[in-house]
Write a protein that binds this ligand. Structure first.
Ligand code: NGQ
Ligand code: ZN
Length: 452
């Protein structure tokens, strides 16, 4: 058991002062506001609940910044994807452990205490299958265990190169499964995470490009009630190809043909008509937004203002992990809307409301829903995932309550984070994860070999 005391803490009911939090067996047992610190309480300034990065492809952290060199033709998402495939094809299981461990360490240092790992690098480099179909999932689990981050493993079903069941291309050979092979991979992955504290599992049919309709119906039951994540409508070309294939746009197709509900998380959903925006919002599904990656890849701007006005739920993900930051994702989300609508505080939700607080609360709730976490935030029964901010940071000076969150998201960024507890373990102190040095060394050695 451990006892923490915070001068102020953001609870599901709002801000509270002098809050004591009791942690037992990795979970929050008790939250008591308005009590003075007791002897033996570990004392901190401002406490927030941890966020989920609900969409990550951990291995892509290894190529961060390596696709910023202009090619001969116009660079697009699709040329980036070729670079990403070349990188994916080079990685050994040990490389994946090294890269994923560092990215999870970085996530924790940024205030992400859970990751939704949308995992599709399943097979050996030549495309042959490992003896254990969960060989690579086990590497992700190892990285989660070493770092302490909560893992929601989302094994991805990937079968085709494009709409209409087109054959996959050679660069996709490490991802490809039949439905039967995927069922075995799911069973093995379930076993792999069974003993990992705080871990759970869902499924991720990759996209309507990579999954045919009959396969989508066949794999959804393999989630066994867990979350279902799918990429949709990230690129204009994808929308055009989907229209050519089915006469429907990707989000529209999903809403008409798949049982999209609160268990679902639709990743990106960048390109939607007004009608799709309100229909998706009504399902209660979470929009999995990855604003930094979406900007990096030139995807477009998610219609966040209209989606939130329609009551839509969202969470944030770091996706390609080109830059890992919780404050950064939320800031980019708001700034995209400011640039689009030429206005300020677009997503604050109303007069007198703090934009940072509104975004933060929504991302905590949407992240918990998309990761199928029953209890949300600093409340009894929830995993003890807690982030403290450094009250001496210049961007937080003289601020209280919501203004602290605004100072963190819009002015301070990651440097304002002091301590992070994941599953009750204090893994970050003074802004540094205890494995930072070791994880960097191992990552650097792997990446030097990969880029040589
Ligand atoms: C992915 N990433 O699965 O890593 C994708 C690229 C694809 C993004 N869409 C592959 N951002 O979508 O075909
Ligand atoms: Zn993705």
């Amino acid at each position: 058991m451990s006892r923490l005391h915070f001068a102020s803490a953001l609870l599901p009911s709002g801000w509270a002062n002098d809050v004591q939090v009791v942690i037992t067996a990795g979970a929050i047992a008790d939250v008591t506001p308005d009590v003075p610190p007791a002897a033996g309480d570990e004392r901190h300034d401002v406490a927030l609940p941890g966020l989920a990065s609900l969409h990550s492809h951990a291995f892509q952290r290894g190529m961060a910044g390596l696709a910023e060199l202009r090619g001969n033709s116009t660079d697009t998402f699709w040329t980036w994807r070729e670079t990403m495939y070349r990188f994916a094809l080079a990685m050994t299981p040990d490389d994946v452990t090294a890269v994923a461990t560092l990215v999870y360490v970085e996530m924790l240092e940024q205030g992400f205490t859970r990751v939704g790992e949308f995992h599709y690098l399943h097979h050996d480099r030549d495309g042959s299958h490992y003896d254990d179909p969960a060989e690579m999932a086990a590497r992700i689990a190892q990285a989660a265990e070493a770092s302490g981050i909560g893992l929601t493993l989302l094994p991805s079903f990937y079968a085709h190169g494009s709409f209409g069941g087109a054959a996959p291309h050679d660069g996709q050979r490490r991802f490809i499964c039949s439905v039967d092979q995927f069922a075995k991979l799911m069973a093995a992955s379930r076993k792999t995470i069974a003993t990992l504290p705080g871990a759970n599992i869902g499924i991720a049919p990759h996209s309507l490009r990579a999954v045919a309709p009959d396969e989508l119906s066949a794999v959804i039951p393999l989630a066994e009630g867990g979350p279902v994540h799918i990429h949709a409508a990230e690129q204009v070309k994808e929308v055009e190809d989907c229209l050519a294939w089915s006469g429907r746009r990707p989000v529209q197709w999903l809403l008409e043909h798949a049982p999209v509900d609160r268990r679902w998380c639709v990743i990106h959903a960048t390109h939607m008509t007004d009608q799709e925006v309100s229909a998706l919002a009504k399902t209660g599904a979470v929009a999995g937004l990855c604003p930094i990656t979406e900007a990096s890849l030139g995807d477009g701007i998610f219609p966040a203002r209209d989606f939130l006005d329609a009551g839509g739920l969202f969470g944030i993900g770091t996706d390609s992990n080109v830059l890992v930051g919780a404050a950064d994702e939320l800031r980019q989300l708001e700034y995209g809307q400011r640039l689009k609508h030429r206005a300020r505080n677009v997503l604050s939700g109303g007069a007198g409301r703090s934009t940072g607080r509104t975004l933060f609360d929504a991302a905590v709730a949407g992240g918990a829903q998309a990761m199928a976490q029953p209890a949300v935030g600093l409340s009894p029964g929830a995993r003890a995932d807690i982030v403290t901010l450094d009250g001496s940071h210049p961007s937080l000076a003289g601020r209280a309550r919501d203004a602290v969150i605004d100072g963190w998201i819009f002015a301070a960024g990651s440097t304002a984070i002091d301590c992070v507890w994941a599953g009750g373990n204090k893994v970050v102190e003074g802004g540094r994860h205890k494995l930072r040095q070791a994880a960097r060394e191992r990552f650097n050695a792997a990446v030097r070999r990969l880029v040589a």
